[in-house]
Design a protein around this ligand. Sequence first.
Ligand code: SF4
Ligand code: SF3
Length: 546
Amino acid sequence: MFCYQCEQTAGGKGCTKLGVCGKTPEIANLQDLLIYQLKGISFYARHILDSGLNVDKSVVSFIENCLFTTLTNVNFNVDDHVHLLKQSQDIKNNLKNIVRTTDYITPSAAYELPETKADMLRDAPMAGIMYDKTLDPDIRSLRQTILYGLKGISAYGHQARELSYYSDNVDNFYIIALEAITDNTLTVEELIRLTLKTGDMAIEIMKKLDEANTTIYGNPSPHSVNVHIKKGPFIIVSGHDLKDLEMLLKQTEGLGINIYTHGEMLPSHGYEGLKKYKHLAGNFGGAWQDQQKQFDNLPGCILMTTNCLMRPRDTYKDRIYSTNVVGWDGIKYIEKKPDGEKDFSEIIKQSLELGGFTEEQEAKEILVGFGHEAALSHAVELVEAVKSKQIRHFFLIGGCDGARPGRSYFTDFATMVPDDCMILTLACGKYRFNKLDFGTVAGLPRLLDIGQCNDVYSAILIANALSDAFGTDVNGLPLSLIVSWYEQKAVADLLALLSLGIKNIYLGPTLPAFLSPNVLQYLVDTFQLRLISNPEDDIKTCLGQA
Ligand code: SF4
Ligand code: SF3
């Protein structure tokens, strides 16, 4: 196996024996072959697009689901992968029959998947990232960057599609980009353009998801969330998928079960359509990497709707459920029925039987719900506060959390931000400091939580509105972006920000291993992308005092 798609990759270079995430060589090889099959499917689908026809949405959503399945910490179930591989060959065969091209057929399009898993694994090495030793390292780097951006987009695309929202541009882009990254005629410059286009598409899908979430559940508004436990039976819901949370809230109404959010589900408390359920009781635990410790021996159940799933310990393996594309060998899976609904009766029954917490902690509340509408309802005050020097600077500290010790940078950074500066947060990295009291500035909370990682779109809208008010562009604002990355949704988010021409982003805790020295240099020269150094110096540089 070889995988270097996430921040915790072994030795900062690549996982080759076993994924630090727990991905086995078997799963890694099946995932490589699945991506190879998607490239083959896209070869034929591209011909359909080029002839002016549409590709069937069932094919698009298959591609999207497979991309999402291979994202870090999503699916570790062998049977799921074998099943998807078999489906991929059927889809490829169908498209081949429709297209009947006489063009040169790429190897991934021509490939015939064997019947057995053993034979699939025999073939998998030729689909590996490092298989072609002669490939130019910059071409490989850009191809993988695009692929990881697509994986991030697919997570948001899946979430939006669950709510019946999608973008035809993004749907077509999966195909165009997957085919392009097998095209040996494309130059480095062309692949750089495609990388930035991937960023455009990331914005487009986040916009669609924002439209879906805010149309269905209303615009988030400030809401205090209890982060301590209550007495009684409970279910913990993790991941990003609001629709799953809503279905579960409906099915547990009046049953005396408390629903706690976990990880990236925390911002759901801001949405009127979800917070109206009184048994949405609070948030449990910290970011994803703490789950094994925090789920240990819990007297209740857990539902994982998206990543990040870690290897479930035996002490809770019988109490954790997955849904959507998430999976692990031996854990219970909740299917979607043909009408789009899900039956949560098994997890509900089990959580009632387990009985829940017997003690209750005194409530401790944190504030969430500053999406673009709520934040911009204070636009006039914010602009005035900047003009009158009550607010000196905005720091957006956004992105993923993770286990690396270097991530204490982000906590230190947040606590060192001067009192006359405001902190905006996004995604699960905020768990490192969101229970601290940051007080107020200019009459507003000094820490405003914008939401999940996909709500980087909200941050972009806020930044654009402030730019208009100050007659500048985003780079001219008293705003610095401090981005922590872990998995490929963060790659999509970073590409989105770069595609808007946003400069001076601080990225950490380390740089992606998949960026070749030349590609990195291009990003540094063009966007002044910086690796984080230490919080004192970085804050000084951001405030122009270095
Ligand atoms: Fe390693 Fe990350 Fe790949 Fe898992 S996803 S195998 S930790 S690089
Ligand atoms: Fe977190 Fe996985 Fe990335 Fe959505 S849940 S930000 S790490």
